[in-house]
Design a protein around this ligand. Structure first.
Ligand SMILES: O=c1[nH]cnc2c1ncn2[C@@H]1O[C@H](CO)[C@@H](O)[C@H]1O
Ligand SMILES: [Zn+2]
Length: 388
């Protein structure tokens, strides 16, 4: 066995490694069994199947459509069962628990409050229920021996016209569990500049936001998100690859926009499996994350929708480790990138990096070193035995 091979983390090490997650949708991460139970409680009849395992498979198959628009249709079923305080609290608590059990130590989880008003809740009630759920989930995770911190991002839907209202909501709940703002939904035909008033408002309030851009639509969407709207981060941003030329001899040329994104260290919230499902990339091997990591863009690894993609942070990393032969050092690099790009205050990000992330990776690397030396001792005593 070469030393290069043994450095590649096993699935178990990947799960134990501390991970930071910036792009995860609350309504895209429900446990299938919870959907079935909640549908029963609220009398929602629309589920395609009611066996939890079959329902999980259904979501993945339906989301595997090659189109963002069809992928998004599946959210009708999760949103339908997230219309009461109790349901929102439960889904948020389970989200925090599931992420913590997967080794996620810091997560920003987003959802669109405007999609949870069908049974009479107010926007404020929605936000407070989700915040309560996250706190409950953090507490249960701690009891189970895991540490996680979860912040909420409030999303406005880009086809709707409530962005300013949701931005104001995010500002009101700042320091009360909400760490930023986002816009999501179908990208083509709904440029981010439609919501310029919301972004300008947040900038005046010194608040943070990310924009889904460069997923189903290319460079103009990224350019608008950054240069018109002033996004702090890009949700996906994977199409920045369209502004990078790779010559036959391997030479690389960045266009003006790609240079700007790299020079300004704009974080890219990359979600590999989700991109394969919506057709933004055709395989893990061809996913731009490989090149973007080599070129030192501020790339991060994310789940997007754990239910629709049948994924987790560990699974995303497993795919990357087997495709790009990433080591624990690469995993740490992506994790520190994410933590540097988080929307919580700088001193708190630094503390997570220095007190949680770096020691976590150091411990995993130390285990590997000890295993290496144990293997070498066994080999030497084995050959000495043969000689004697
Ligand atoms: O990858 C994505 N691109 C764009 N929109 C998305 C994606 N994943 C989920 N949503 C949308 O965001 C809403 C709030 O969480 C979801 O209901 C879904 O419509
Ligand atoms: Zn997303």
């Amino acid at each position: 066995m070469t030393s290069e091979n043994t450095q590649r983390p096993s699935p178990e090490q990947i799960r134990r490694a501390p991970k930071a997650l910036l792009h995860d949708h609350l309504d895209g991460g429900l446990r299938p069994a919870t959907i079935v139970e909640l549908a029963d409680e609220v009398g929602y009849q629309g589920l395609p199947v009611t066996d939890p395992a079959a329902l999980g498979d259904w979501f993945q198959a339906a989301a595997d459509s090659g189109s963002l628009e069809r992928y998004l249709e599946t959210f009708a079923h999760t949103c339908a069962v997230m219309q009461t305080t109790e349901a929102l609290r439960r889904v948020a608590a389970e989200c925090a628990e599931d992420l913590a059990a997967d080794g996620v130590v810091y997560a920003e989880v987003r959802y669109a409050p405007e999609q949870h008003l069908e049974r009479g809740l107010t926007l404020e009630q929605v936000v407070e229920a989700v915040n309560d759920g996250f706190r409950e989930g953090e507490r249960r995770a701690r009891e189970a021996g895991h540490r996680i911190r979860v912040g909420a991002l409030l999303t406005a839907m880009r086809h709707a016209a409530r962005a300013l209202e949701i931005a104001e909501l995010a500002n009101r709940y700042r320091d009360l569990g909400v760490v930023g703002f986002d816009i999501a939904g179908a990208e083509a035909g709904f440029p981010p500049t439609r919501h310029l008033d919301a972004f300008e408002y947040l900038k005046r309030e010194n608040n943070h936001f990310t924009i889904h851009a460069g997923e189903a639509f290319g460079l103009p969407s990224i350019w608008q998100a950054l240069q018109w709207c002033g996004a702090d981060r890009l949700g996906h941003g994977v199409r920045i690859i369209d502004d990078i030329e790779v010559a036959d001899d391997g030479g690389i040329k960045l266009g003006r926009l790609a240079s700007y994104v790299r020079d300004k260290r704009i974080p890219l919230e990359l979600c590999p499996t989700s991109n394969l499902q919506t057709g933004a990339a055709s395989s893990y091997a061809e996913h731009p994350i490989g090149l973007l990591r080599r070129l030192h863009f501020r790339a991060t690894v994310n789940t997007d929708n754990r239910l629709m993609s049948g994924t987790s942070m560990s699974r995303e990393f497993e795919h990357l480790v087997s495709t790009f032969r990433y080591t624990l050092d690469d995993m740490q690099w992506f994790t520190v990138n994410a933590m540097k790009s988080a929307f919580i205050p700088f001193d708190e990000r630094l503390a997570m990096i220095n007190d949680v992330i770096k020691p976590g990776y150091a411990e995993l690397k130390a285990e590997w070193l000890f295993r290496q030396s144990a293997a070498q001792t066994a080999m030497t005593s084995g050959s000495a035995g043969k000689k004697g």
